[in-house]
Design a binder for this molecule. Structure first.
Ligand code: TPP
Length: 333
């Protein structure tokens, strides 16, 4: 693939010089680049493919690195690394003396918090937001946390604290209904109920309708926010904790992400944006087949330890891997 847009971007400064019309093409290049790179280096590919549009939108709307992005766990930070001057180093990902698979403060000024452990982003971002307040600084702080990481006590402790401080902080819940495997528990059921309530579809369609008419920007901002707030039932769990809850919105719809982030950036107090992403879209699966084969071949290249109790989730990848090897041999004749 030709990476004509991606290659122009050494830092988000060049990203912000692109027109909004170019961003879907950039997302395509970025996704393809990720697949190509990870097929050689290995790494977390599903979580990263899910945040391609969200990462572009965040660096486009926010003035990074002055504005702070805090990635929870950090296993989904590869698109962020690629857009922040580390594209060429991606071939060294997770290797000796190469770049880290997680945000690392010594690696880049765009990596605001060293991570690896989950569920710490809201606390870290809240600390930064409170420091901003002390300093009288107008820097924005955004925590991006998955629905799996959100189930931890530490994340709730931070939500509880943030609601009480009234700090200027944006929390983005990246909801793909998955953690390492499908989520279980009360929060997961609650998020699923929010999604199945048809509000998601109506908000999404309604926002697109508004975008089509394009009134002056501040009017659009006001109306979009009012509209979305009106559509989503007040009193969500996050509202009760003191956040202004917006969503759920489609995390792959770049125009919608940009408008929503622009609108929310100027709001005061704790803000909560619920975005829905898919780790791997069906169309992308086709392009992923070579990556999957390489990853799975590597998996069965290792000696398989048979245990007395083997779980289905362990068995399926192994059977799939064997199938892929047979298929590859057939292709190669
Ligand atoms: C304290 C801690 N416990 C467990 C893990 C293992 N872990 C890695 S990613 C992750 C959660 C991933 O789910 P989610 O936050 O929904 O992100 P997604 O991969 O779906 O984008 C967990 C629990 C960890 N990194 N840190």
């Amino acid at each position: 693939m030709n990476y004509s847009l991606l290659e122009k971007i050494q830092t988000p400064v060049q990203l912000r010089q692109l027109s909004e019309r170019d961003l879907p093409r950039l997302a395509q290049e970025l996704r393809h680049f990720l697949i190509e790179t990870l097929s050689r280096t290995g790494g977390h590919f599903a979580s990263n493919l899910g945040v391609v549009e969200l990462t572009i939108a965040l660096h486009y709307v926010f003035n990074t690195p002055a504005d702070r992005l805090v990635w929870d766990v950090g296993h989904q930070s590869y698109p962020h690394k690629i857009l922040t001057g580390r594209r060429e180093k991606m071939s060294t990902l997770r290797q000796y003396q190469g770049i880290s698979g997680f945000p690392k403060r010594t690696e880049s000024p765009y990596d605001t918090f060293g991570v690896g452990h989950s569920s710490t982003s809201i606390s870290a971002a809240l600390g930064m937001a409170m420091a901003n307040r002390q300093l009288g600084s107008n820097r924005k702080v955004v925590a991006i946390i998955g629905d799996g990481a959100m189930t931890a006590g530490m994340a709730f402790e931070a939500l509880n604290h943030a609601g009480d401080t009234n700090a200027n902080l944006l929390v983005i819940l990246n909801d793909n209904e998955m953690s390492i495997s499908p989520n279980v528990g009360g929060l997961s059921n609650y998020l699923a109920r929010l999604l199945s309530s048809q509000l998601y579809t109506s908000v999404r369609e309604g926002s697109k309708h508004l975008l089509r008419r394009i009134p002056p920007v501040h009017e659009l901002a006001r109306r979009t926010e009012e509209y979305m707030k009106g559509m989503v039932a007040p009193g969500t769990l996050f509202e009760e904790l003191g956040f202004n809850y917006i969503g759920p919105i489609d995390g792959h719809d770049l125009p919608l992400l940009l408008t929503t982030l622009h609108n929310m950036k100027v709001l005061e107090g704790p803000q909560f944006l619920h975005v829905i992403t898919q780790r791997v879209k069906v169309l992308h699966m086709l392009k992923l087949i070579p990556v999957l084969i390489m990853a799975l071949v590597r998996l069965i290249g290792k000696p398989v330890k048979w245990q007395s109790q083997i779980r289905l989730s362990q068995l399926i990848p192994k059977s799939l891997a064997i199938g892929c090897v047979i298929w590859r041999r057939k292709i190669n004749g």
